[in-house]
Design a protein around this ligand. Structure first.
Ligand code: IMP
Length: 422
């Protein structure tokens, strides 16, 4: 059975957790392939709200295997807290598997993330200050500490000594390798049972015909290579990275489901052509409860951007799309959708600009669609259906799921594909 990738099609926070949660019911494996505790998935189930940062939402179902892959960065203290919080609410974490090749976020990574944001001042990225960038930077510099290092206290101590010789220069309060190793030992003891060869595990599952979901964190426009650099995260959320992040071949992936909100949000700094001007921005934010799961920050809100979405469909090789939070737009009598950008030289384009200056200065060209102004429950009123079809036509891609409310059950599945490529 081939694997399916679930990928964010905008700047993260598209509601991937909810779509993964839905598909997890009929899957055996749910695997995270990149990112770390910068991600936050909120899942509302049976009136209870679960906020997950590292652990894939498959954990909420008994008997599923939830994998944190090699491409992830893990804050050991936060992961232990997340495990404890789930167990305290009666959710077993026995199905959790943690790649020994994933990298650990250490206290110096968190400190230097905040320090570099302070240093950048007006030019800051607006990171989640979870140490993500510095941890990936150390990984690329081959100075990183990996999950498997906690299996051997002697190696761990040596690695801390080497790292701290350099990193202590960055810290207000220098750390001592022995102390840190002692403190880590508690976390290490808790994490050891979960460490596994997750690449082999997933490959075997695929060979046995089990259903595997590969879940990206953040979103396409935050991709380190293809997003709105430098206002991006430090890993590759796009679908192509799912194979490397888990350690399977790209030929194992058959379908790629993009997840997009029916509007757009962005946290942190950076250009955002369809950001709403005027009071409607706050209205969308309040109706959509657009505050960060990880940092509590207000999210910037904008109208749907088909130029950005078309770019995401291309970069990810999307085979279909899930459109979330359509209910948030029910309040509006008219809904603008960006269909093209007007560039500084006066030309118009429906392709995402390859040059950063063009994107920074791009002006959205909108088409305005009629709203429906009635609650969405169970079926879509004609104008809401038209909104969804407009997206399908603009992307030449089927919208297979539509989110109509916060609850796990509030998703309409559409099963008459017009454009399916898989
Ligand atoms: P970092 O990933 O913490 O380094 O932050 C880099 C950029 O990605 C910032 O603009 C963050 O706000 C954004 N970001 C990181 N994780 C998420 C997420 O899960 N959702 C939305 N934005 C995110």
């Amino acid at each position: 059975m081939p694997a399916t990738v679930i990928v964010g099609a905008q700047w993260g926070d598209e509601g991937k957790g909810k779509i993964v949660d839905l598909l997890a019911q009929s899957s055996e494996y749910v695997c995270r392939y990149q990112g770390g505790p910068n991600a936050g998935h909120t899942i509302v189930s049976g009136g209870e709200t679960f906020k997950l940062h590292h652990i894939p939402s498959g954990i909420l179902y008994e008997g599923k295997i939830s994998v944190i892959g090699a491409g992830c960065v893990v804050d050991p203290r936060l992961l232990v807290q997340e495990i404890d919080a789930l167990e305290a609410r009666g959710i077993s974490t026995a199905g959790l598997r943690l790649s020994g090749n994933a990298h650990l976020i250490m206290p110096w990574h968190v400190a230097s993330d905040s320090a570099s944001e302070r240093r950048l001042g007006r030019l800051q990225i607006g990171t989640t200050r979870r140490g993500i960038g510095p941890a990936y930077a150390d990984k690329a510099s081959r100075l990183g500490i990996r999950v498997q290092d906690v299996l051997d206290p002697k190696i761990l101590r040596q690695k801390f000594e080497t790292a701290l010789a350099e990193k202590n220069r960055l810290l207000d309060e220098p750390l001592e390798a022995g102390d840190l190793a002692d403190r880590m030992e508690e976390c290490a003891a808790r994490l050891r049972p979960y460490i596994a060869d997750t690449s082999l595990l997933v490959e075997r599952a695929l060979k046995e015909g089990q259903k595997v979901l590969l879940e990206g964190a953040q979103g396409t426009l935050l991709d380190l290579d293809h997003g709105t650099y430098p206002f991006v995260t430090s890993s590759n959320p796009i679908a192509g990275a799912a194979a490397t992040g888990i350690g399977i071949g790209p030929t194992r992936i058959e379908s790629v489901i993009g997840v997009a909100k029916a509007y757009v949000t962005r946290v942190g700094e950076g250009p955002f052509p369809t950001e709403i001007e005027g009071p409607d921005q706050a209205r969308v934010r309040d109706l959509g409860e657009e505050y960060g799961t990880t940092t509590g920050r207000e999210r910037r809100c904008g109208w749907l951007d088909l130029v950005g979405l078309r770019f995401a469909a291309r970069l990810n090789g999307m085979t279909s799309l899930a459109l979330t939070k359509l209910d948030v737009l029910s309040a509006f009598p008219e809904i603008p959708v960006c269909v093209r950008y007007r560039l500084p030289d006066g030309t118009e384009t429906d392709e995402f600009p390859a040059h950063q200056s063009d994107f920074h200065h791009a002006q959205p060209v909108y088409e305005t669609l009629p709203g429906w102004q009635e609650p969405l429950d169970g079926s879509l009123p004609r104008a809401a259906q038209r909104y969804v079809e407009f997206v399908e036509e603009g992307l030449e891609l089927d919208v297979i799921m539509v989110g109509t409310g916060a609850d796990r059950e509030s998703v309409i599945t559409r099963d008459q594909p017009a454009y399916s490529r898989s």
